[in-house]
Design a protein around this ligand. Structure first.
Ligand code: NAD
Length: 370
């Protein structure tokens, strides 16, 4: 949910009028009555009456909204759509929004700079995914996770292997450590080593080839096929020792690197579990299916493509706070007497995530949450 009663109150205090679709918060545990009490006006989902007077639409899956909701056509030129727009290579959506004269901000493109941290939707949702992936793996595993000393003898701690030490990977590391696992982590960015070790993980240095993938803006660059082949050889041994593997390795706008192939799965212990968080981008593990669990060579492959939805209340609470922080940032840059929301292209936050821009900016009253 793109707004919660808490953020409705926050934005109402800034002078915004908030319209919330009836029942929109139900799946995340937020009642219509709480939105009303916070100052929102409840509207029916069907019908375009309210859309024509709306200046900003706050959405979660903004790309789906643009494609599936006819009401979007009722928005006036210059209105702003704010949400996850799957912007990489999505020329069709860009064209569609431009034809309608809409401005749109894709939250995936928000720059990873310190002053944008409070608006960083990818981080807040990846954190949830990393946490939940370890819980899923632990529940599916045929072993204990912590070391236990029982009357029947000692149980050794489970061994977790985490591929990718970005936001999801580091949270997976922290969660697995809290459960008592011994955790190994692989990443191609040298900066990840210190972060992994500070959380009690053991870092697997990337293969020492002349050609390293490198990084840009904190993200890994795409690795060559030779590098990935060397990485797979290196990881084969680690996989054979692992009880759970959490795959989080990604390169923005690209297919996820293939780090586990079928032959490597054959070397894993039957009963072990792989959770592939990169499954929607093609997967780090061969054979993983989005939203499904399959068994290959006795190993459970969990294709976890939408884990934040399984922690819906907190996922919404954090997403809505991120969105509110961005909107407050835009409002702060808009002079009080202005009749339109200002989108300052000199501002790296605005310039970073502006996906489409209508020449005349959106009027200043703000509303709409889907
Ligand atoms: P991401 O989801 O794009 O990728 C996840 C991880 O996969 C990355 O650490 C990446 O290096 C790794 N990876 C890519 N190819 C790999 C391979 N072949 N083998 C192993 N690992 C591979 O990343 P993310 O979680 O969005 O984070 C990207 C970076 O941004 C991180 O450095 C993170 O600390 C940083 N960050 C900064 C801020 C901020 O300063 N505001 C906020 C959030 C994240």
């Amino acid at each position: 949910m793109a707004a919660t009663p808490e953020t409705v109150r926050r934005l109402a205090a800034r002078g915004c009028t908030l319209l919330v679709e009836r029942g929109a918060g139900a799946a995340s545990g937020y009642d219509d009555a709480d939105y009303s009490e916070a100052g929102a006006e409840l509207i029916d989902a069907a019908g375009s009456d309210h859309w024509s007077g709306t200046d900003v639409v706050l959405a979660v899956q903004g790309a789906d909204l643009a494609q599936q909701r006819a009401e979007l056509a009722a928005l006036r030129p210059g209105a702003l759509l704010l949400g996850l727009l799957e912007p990489h290579g999505n020329d069709a959506l860009k064209q569609q929004l431009e034809q309608r004269g809409l401005s749109a901000m894709a939250l995936e493109l928000l720059p990873r700079i310190s002053r944008a941290q409070s608006m960083d939707v990818l981080s807040s949702q990846a954190n949830i995914a990393g946490y939940k992936a370890v819980l899923l793996a632990s529940a599916a595993l045929d072993r204990y996770v912590p070391m236990l000393m029982t009357a029947a003898g000692t149980i050794q701690p489970a061994r977790a292997l985490i591929l990718g030490a970005g936001v999801a990977g580091l949270q997976a590391l922290a969660t697995a450590r809290r459960l008592g696992a011994v955790v190994y982590v692989s990443d191609v960015r040298p900066a990840a080593k210190e972060q992994v070790e500070s959380l009690g993980g053991r870092f697997i240095d990337p293969p020492q080839l002349e050609e390293q993938p490198g990084e840009a803006g904190g993200y890994a660059k795409q690795a060559t096929e030779d590098f990935l082949a060397a990485q797979r050889r290196q990881l084969t041994e680690q996989l054979a020792l692992a009880d759970m593997v959490i795959c989080t390795a990604q390169v923005p706008g690209r297919q996820a690197p293939r780090l586990i192939d079928d032959a490597m799965l054959q070397h894993m212990r039957p009963g072990s579990v792989v959770v592939d968080l990169a499954v929607a981008q093609g997967g780090n593990c061969e054979g993983s299916c989005p939203g499904d669990t399959v068994i290959r060579h006795g190993v459970q492959l969990i294709g976890a493509d939408a884990l934040p939805c399984t922690v819906a209340n907190h996922a919404s609470a954090l997403y809505a706070r991120n969105v509110a922080a961005l909107l407050e940032h835009l409002l702060a840059a808009t002079p009080e007497q202005a009749t339109a929301l200002q989108l300052d292209l000199e501002d790296p936050i605005v310039a970073g995530c502006l996906f489409t821009r209508h020449a005349s900016p959106a009027p200043a009253a703000v509303g709409g949450a889907a």
